[in-house]
Design a protein around this ligand. Structure first.
Ligand code: BEZ
Ligand code: FE
Length: 299
């Protein structure tokens, strides 16, 4: 590099750095200290990215078009920005930061877009499938605190896709299936009939799906069953359990898999009696155990 080019490079860097400082300073009078911290840090990281990749103007335009398309497809049923956060691992990293490792507490993972607030109530041993197609699966376990004390009356929300990979809310006819809530009993135990989880793609008919395709990535999620578990005085747990042996465990499109959440879904030979004497028309069923440990609130 000639001396003159070197000077130009230095002057160029000075121009870029001056702009960052000016933008950071523009938030100095923000009276909300947290908002100020977020905006100033975001400014620095965003500008660092632009400078790192020497972002071109067509690339900047493409990014704006992408975000515009994400906005257009988003409504009260479809949230493309959450999908975008999911496929960048940003949702998962936010969960990691907010659910710090705590003794033996059960690990958290992504919430996903398919939870609904008013799922039917079932008793322990009831069936969440609501007639959805899939192999019946008996799921049982306990809810305890980190000292091993049972937590009676914990509210357990469970939801899952059918064997074709669809949640009820993905149909437009208002059907309700594959979801329910129940409460742990006086010993902290719970049980229900669900469906053996099967893999399915995240919604990929929009800009996020095109991004994955262009990047050579799959939209598939590893097979899973969602849980949200709450008990007064304890940290609410949002998680899923995954299926031992599922080929997609290492390629989950939203990076939600954690080793501790992979459970055996044990296939039961035809004719094996069910735990509650239920007679199954098709014969085959599976069973899984998931023991849940909640840390104290704020822990
Ligand atoms: C889900 O597991 O339901 C899900 C999670 C993230 C994106 C899409 C779906
Ligand atoms: Fe899901």
């Amino acid at each position: 590099m000639t001396k003159q080019n070197h000077n130009v490079a230095n002057e160029q860097a000075a121009v870029e750095e001056q702009l960052i400082q000016t933008v950071v300073d523009s938030f100095d009078n923000c009276t909300d200290p947290r908002l100020k911290e977020l905006m100033q840090s975001l400014t620095k990281h965003l500008h660092a990215f632009i400078r790192d990749v020497r972002l071109t103007e067509p690339e900047w335009n493409a990014a704006i078009e992408f975000l515009t398309a994400a906005g257009h497809i988003t409504d009260d049923k479809r949230q493309e920005f959450i999908l975008l956060s999911d496929v960048f691992g940003a949702s998962m990293q936010t969960i990691n930061v907010n659910n710090e490792v705590h003794d033996n507490a059960t690990e958290a993972t992504v919430f996903g877009p398919f939870f609904v607030d008013d799922a039917p109530r079932i008793e322990n041993g009831g069936d969440i499938s609501g007639g959805a197609p899939g192999q019946p699966c008996w799921v049982e376990g306990t809810v305890k605190d980190t000292e091993g004390n049972p937590l009676p009356g914990a509210r357990i929300e469970v939801w899952e896709a059918d064997e074709e990979g669809f949640y009820d809310v993905q149909h437009s006819d208002g059907r309700v299936y594959g979801r329910a809530h129940l409460y742990s009993d006086e010993n902290g135990a719970y049980s229900f009939w669900g469906l053996t989880p099967t893999p399915y793609p995240i919604p990929h008919d929009g800009p996020v799906g095109r991004l994955l395709e262009n990047a050579g990535r799959s939209p598939m999620r590893a097979s899973h069953l969602h849980f949200m578990v709450s008990s007064a005085g304890h940290r609410t747990l949002v998680t899923h359990i995954f299926v031992t042996g599922d080929e997609l465990l290492t390629q989950d499109s939203v990076f939600g898999v954690k080793q501790s959440l992979i459970k055996d879904f044990v296939q039961q030979p035809l004719g094996t009696p069910t735990p509650d004497g239920r007679v199954l028309d098709e014969g085959s069923w599976a069973r899984a155990q998931f023991d849940i440990v909640l840390p104290p609130e704020g822990g």
